[in-house]
Each structure stands twice: as structure tokens, then as C-alpha cells.
Write a protein that binds this ligand. Structure first.
Ligand SMILES: Cc1cc2nc3c(=O)[nH]c(=O)nc-3n(C[C@H](O)[C@H](O)[C@H](O)COP(=O)(O)OP(=O)(O)OC[C@H]3O[C@@H](n4cnc5c(N)ncnc54)[C@H](O)[C@@H]3O)c2cc1C
Length: 299
């Protein structure tokens, strides 16, 4: 790692970890390390750090809660950035809540509940960050981020600017951030409605219970392993092909929810890819559907 980047971290008292294993930074709990992981808590410092990395052609990756990411066994050859401090804070103003991109979606949902604001209940239980949720327009149980997002503060080409919801091209699990990988989401403002606190709580609890009943939350996973193919459901196709419980090394098609691949213990990235390749091959052969991985591979 270039010494100027290390010096920059030291000078700005950033939490910087050399040779950090990324395994514990993802919900699937597989993968190798990166030469440097740095936690950044202020927009201006982030801006300077990006300039420095661009100057030395150092690759970087903004990591949220790692719940939609698979890290290869050989790791990532660049700087991994996590947003903390003021970039993970939450501020409520009337019916609007602004959350730092590094805040957990759960804490945003709790802030909405605390302030008797409804509209975000669907997101309770999605284990991502606010930035990661906007990045992929996360959604569940009939709701998605685009239903509530007003605007986002972003860093692009060295400039901090506000994007309106329309400018983010949000559609089913898609956003502009997937195409323009150089935009970093700094904070997100959602607009909610005044609601009844006990109704909000019971909706959140009900949806969480549905997750506990249906999803293998007791094991590490990256959530749904395959995108929903047009005209069907990945979990249905996998089940129809009799692939529940199929395993490779420590990776297994969940017995509880066939759309999930779990780390049943000691799985490697290679195990997961070997298993998902096999699932894709059999599903294609038996049903004609071509399944695609939902989580992103950190390359
Ligand atoms: C048990 C389980 C259940 C899940 N259920 C759901 C569900 O119901 N619905 C759903 O939609 N998803 C679900 N997911 C998937 C996942 O939680 C979501 O996709 C979530 O939005 C990912 O957020 P993250 O912070 O973990 O992002 P990460 O996995 O850390 O990153 C994902 C992508 O977002 C980018 N990113 C993150 N932060 C920023 C930022 N500040 N600026 C720019 N880019 C950024 C990363 O660079 C990366 O490309 C589930 C996952 C698990 C493990």
C-alpha cells in the first residue's frame, strides 16, 4: 500500500487496518483479506482520500454491511472503505429522516418507529446499510427504498452534490449507482408519513417473524442467492429440481429456504461458487431457466 495513503490515515486519525480479513465484514463469512481497510467518518476526509487513491491508481471499494457481497478466497487487492461516525448518523426532522450511508437500515427503521413515522416497516430485517440499500433499491414484502427516498447526498468526481430520487433511476433492485460506480452515497433522506406507533411496531415484528419462520437466519448467508428470473422464482425452481440440501464443502442449499445458500460451517468462496454453478447447471437443464447470482462478487 502506498505510504502516502497510510500517512494520510495516520494524520487524520482514521481507523485503518492493514491486511484485514474481509470474512468478518460480510454476512456470508467467507473470503480473503485486503491490504487496507479504512473507516472514514467525514465527507471532506473521504473526498481527500479518494483524490489520493485516484492519484496513485489504487482501487477502492465502499463496503456497507457486506450482506450482498461475496469475497473471493484470494481477497481484494485494493482499499476497502467503511463509512462510520457522522457518515453513519441519523437525524429526524418532521416527516423526514436523514441517515448516513453507513448507518444500518435497522437503525433507520428504529428511528422511524421512535418518531411514529410509517412507510419503512418493509425494510426492518434487511441486514444492510442505508447506502447499500439505496445502491440496490432493496425491498421486501411489497415495499422498496424508492417508495420512501427523497434525495441522497453523494460524492462524485470530487464534488459533493444532492441527487433527487428521480435522478437515481430506481427500479426493481436497480439504481444509477450500479452503472456509475464512482458515485459514493454519503447520506439518504427518506420521507415518511405520521403513523400509529403500536401499528408500526406490530408490522415490523410481524415481518421480522416471517423472516425468522422462512429464512435460515441462524446461518451465515448473503440472503437470496439468485436473482428472480422473469416468469418464475429461483427458490421454486431449485425446489422443483430437488436441490434442497445439496452441498459442496461447507456451502449448502438451505433446507429451510431453497433460495438461500448458507455457510453451514467452514465454507470457502470456492465452495459457494462450485455449488451455485451446479445449481445453475441443473436448473437450466431441467427447467430451461438461467439463474444469475444476486450478490456481487468483490473483484
Ligand atoms: C439474511 C438476509 C436477508 C436479506 N433480505 C433482503 C431483502 O428482503 N431484500 C433485499 O433487497 N435484500 C435483502 N438482502 C440483501 C442485502 O441485505 C441488501 O442487498 C442490502 O441492501 C445490502 O446492503 P449492504 O450495506 O450490506 O451492502 P454491501 O453488501 O456491503 O454492498 C453492496 C453494494 O452496495 C455498494 N454500496 C454500499 N454502500 C455504498 C455507498 N455508501 N455508496 C455507494 N455504494 C455503496 C457496495 O459497494 C456494493 O456494490 C438480504 C441479505 C441477507 C443476508
Amino acid at each position: 500500500m502506498h505510504s502516502d495513503i497510510i500517512d494520510f490515515c495516520t494524520k487524520n486519525a482514521l481507523e485503518a487496518r492493514l491486511g484485514e480479513s474481509l470474512c468478518e465484514h460480510t454476512t456470508m463469512k467467507v473470503g480473503g483479506s485486503c491490504p487496507l481497510l479504512v473507516c472514514v467518518s467525514e465527507s471532506e476526509i473521504l473526498k481527500e482520500l479518494i483524490v489520493l487513491m485516484n492519484k496513485y491508481s489504487v482501487r477502492y471499494f465502499i463496503l456497507g454491511r457486506g450482506s450482498n457481497i461475496l469475497v473471493p478466497d484470494e481477497g481484494f487487492d485494493g482499499v476497502v472503505i467503511k463509512l462510520t461516525g457522522s457518515l453513519a448518523g441519523i437525524d429526524c426532522d418532521g416527516c423526514e429522516i436523514t441517515a448516513g450511508a453507513g448507518a444500518s437500515l435497522k437503525s433507520l427503521c428504529m428511528a422511524a418507529y421512535d418518531n411514529s413515522l410509517c412507510g419503512l416497516e418493509f425494510a426492518y430485517g434487511i441486514p444492510g446499510s442505508v447506502g447499500g440499500a439505496l445502491f440496490m433499491n432493496a425491498g421486501a414484502y411489497g415495499g422498496q427504498m424508492s417508495d420512501v427516498v427523497e434525495s441522497a447526498l453523494c460524492l462524485e468526481n470530487g464534488e459533493i452534490k444532492t441527487l433527487t430520487a428521480e435522478e437515481m433511476s430506481l427500479s426493481y433492485r436497480r439504481s444509477i449507482f450500479m452503472q456509475k460506480r464512482d458515485i459514493i452515497i454519503l447520506s439518504v433522506t427518506v420521507k415518511l408519513k405520521i403513523g400509529d406507533k403500536s401499528e408500526i411496531k406490530s408490522k415490523m415484528d410481524e415481518l421480522m417473524q416471517r423472516r425468522r419462520d422462512k429464512q435460515p437466519l441462524e446461518y451465515p448467508s448473503a440472503g437470496s442467492m439468485f436473482k428472480r428470473p422473469e416468469g418464475s422464482y429461483a427458490s421454486l425452481l431449485i425446489e422443483q429440481c430437488g436441490l434442497k440440501g445439496l452441498s459442496t464443502g461447507g456451502a449448502q442449499v438451505s433446507l429451510k429456504h431453497s433460495g438461500f445458500v448458507i455457510n453451514a460451517g467452514g465454507a470457502s468462496f470456492a465452495d459457494i461458487i462450485a455449488l451455485t454453478d451446479e445449481v445453475k447447471r441443473i436448473v437450466k437443464e431441467k427447467t430451461g431457466y438461467l439463474l444469475e447470482l444476486e450478490p456481487e462478487i468483490l473483484k
